[in-house]
Design a binder for this molecule. Sequence first.
Ligand code: NAP
Length: 262
Amino acid sequence: MSARSILITGASSGIGRALALAYAGPGARLALTGRDQGRLESVAAMAREQGAEVDAGLLDVRDQAAMAQWIGAADARRGFDLCIANAGITTGLAPGELHEDPEAVRAILSINLVGVLNTVEPLIAPMLVRGGGQIAFIGSIAGLRGLPYAPAYCATKAAVHAYSESLRGRLEPAGLSVSLVIPGFVKTPLNDSIEAIKPFEISDAEAARIIRRGLDRRRAVIAFPWPIYLAARLSEILPARLVDKILSRIEVKAPKTRERVG
Ligand SMILES: NC(=O)c1ccc[n+]([C@@H]2O[C@H](COP(=O)([O-])OP(=O)(O)OC[C@H]3O[C@@H](n4cnc5c(N)ncnc54)[C@H](OP(=O)(O)O)[C@@H]3O)[C@@H](O)[C@H]2O)c1
């Protein structure tokens, strides 16, 4: 059965926006967060037009206290049956660059990893009390194997994968459901900022459709597209230096994030 009361972080753009619109409909209650007021309000308005009841929260996922307060209050009004920890940024290296800016590395860790903790932690206890609920993490194919042009991004996604697997083993016997989403290339502003060949790229609406179907079925792992997922999994068993060599031949220009800590 599809979830009805849903929290989505990073709903003002890309995959989060498409998920909000995929779930919006009569009877659905959506709690949508982001930082850009104009974009978030426009998604909220579209979701309302589709019949959903919408709470929109302008929140930085790094703000632990504000996240706990807003999510806790929204959950108390109507318990969430699905939380999608989606908000994230990217940062990386251009050809010839050999190391990442330490400030950019800390910014991405605080958004892509600590921001995910700030999203799900406030809901674990109330969901356990209710004896049900679903938590979904948006990971990445880049979390399966370190890529030479995005060290910190890969590290954050690998950490999210490990965290979600640990929670799945611990929380599912207690009645919660935990899903890890592993997308390949999805056409969004984040993805558009990276110059590279993007095999099997899909639209954000198509990604949202696949994710929703997987979440409805309570899949442990929702990975797509399968050829890229298979290649990434295979790379785990091939000799490490052979994979390094293949990956280093792919020309990628990944921009440095302008996000900074503090
Ligand atoms: N697109 C892909 O190919 C792809 C592939 C694999 C995984 N992913 C993952 O999918 C997720 C969504 O990415 P996307 O491609 O949809 O990117 P996007 O279009 O750039 O959207 C990112 C969303 O995250 C929000 N966000 C970023 N930093 C935030 C912060 N500090 N506090 C609160 N919200 C913040 C943004 O909100 P504001 O703009 O309002 O700040 C925006 O709504 C990310 O976790 C990304 O790593 C994407």
